[in-house]
Design a protein around this ligand. Sequence first.
Ligand SMILES: [Zn+2]
Length: 556
Amino acid sequence: MKKLALLFVTMITLLLSDSCTSEQERMENRMRKFISAFEAKSIPLYREMSITSWNANISGTDADLALSEKASFEYTKIFTDTNAFNELKEIKGSGAVKDPILARQLDLLYDAYLGNQVDTGLISLRLKMETEINKKYLNFRANINGKELSDNQIEDILKNSTSNSELQAAWEGHKLIGPVVAEDIINLVKHRNLIAQKLGFRNFHEMSLKLSGQEPDEVTAIFNELDNLTRDNFTQLKNDIDAYFSKLYKINPANLRPWHYQNRYFQEAPDIYPVDLDKYYANQDPVKLAASFYDGIGLNIDAILTKSDLYEKPGKNQHAFCTDIDRAGDVRTLDNIRPDSYWMNTILHELGHGVYSYYNDRTLPFTLRDAAHTFTTEAIANFFGRLSKNPKWMYKMGIISETEAENITENCRKSFRLEMLVFSRWAQVMYNFEKSMYEDPGQDLNKLWWDLVEKYQMIVKPEGRNMPDWATKIHVALYPCYYHNYLLGELLASQLYGYIAANITDNQSFVGEKAVGTYLKEKIFLPGARYYWNDMIEKATGEKLTATYYAKQFVQ
Ligand SMILES: [Zn+2]
């Protein structure tokens, strides 16, 4: 009897496991089939999209722009396919896909399709609203004493004028774009929320983060951690800044107002520690320096440079970016290099994106041959870009003498620290504002904005001011719910720096340190998108993403 029962149990177990296996097998096979169909369609369209966009950015001609727009539309269209989405939904709903590589692709593709399962009428209305708002920003010029001024001219005044009345007029003049766009933005925010709610999210902020693979609570926790770690130090630095400006503008520190901080939003550090890095790069070739540096750490970039477009040309995009054309080794960067500190930083930054893409694992499926998240590639780019302001690196690269390096170390450190802390406090305003605005677009947004500016940036609100100053920042309207990634990128750059300094090398210039290249390649580049970003970071550094190392580097 006992024996029989045991046999029976064994049979049931066998049956069960057999049916499990077959369900798993069935769903995994469906997923494999889905992926081959998806890759057959998307790989050529992805390449077409990248190459036409590359060409358009170089020539700037209408014909090339039209080709690029068309290719980008065709690629995006893949993800609007409802049948394909339903197939993914069924496979995901079964919970039977266990193979980690298949499961990860399932998650990423599901999110990519989900974000595009919206009624096309709602999407085109959204695009129309965005275009209208964009036009208003483009056409707006601050009018000061009858003179029309561009944003750059406003920035020039804020940076260079020492006249209190001129500063105030420039700042207030620029802020007049607020009332022009505020109502449109609130309507757009409500419309974005409607789209998000139709897809099952509470609001657009939550949807944006979740569909890009971020948990809002996780991001908020990191931002709060950073706020706690930086608050006291920033308070002190802010006092130094105020003391400096009080002298410069000959006013009492208590009378300093937002127009006294040399920037429309106080998002960049004011120049209070004099270091002129440009003069050191004036006789240098940033490309040569970058090529020899990357080669020295075992990440040769010749293949990237051969395909790149590095110098100014008529009609060409005036900024810089890096693009992975085919996720199979064709990686390029577009730049407008000049021999100065800005472009040294930029080329190191863009090539950071470049090595991340170039050294990916080409045996991984197409969907996983990508960064773990957009902010993780930003982190690598920042990690390398920062070296351009590092006197130790400049010395080891033969740009300055050892004595000169020692002479500028203190001011470089101070100005870099100020830059980082000022940016971190500003990013807090942006993140917390957007989060709260999408949670309740009907609230008093003017008050919300100034409460946050006072709390994080410690800037005094002009007496009685009740204007939509939040609406003057174009990112709020047109590049929504993305700003926080810039800060997360900085946090991870510091975490990697901290880990490498403690475990890989104590040569903080990294020049010639092959072990640094090997570490990044093995732990960050090769895994690509195969792990959730925070799991990747934990595997690479032993910890999840944390603000501790950023604080360690910039707070004391
Ligand atoms: Zn970048």
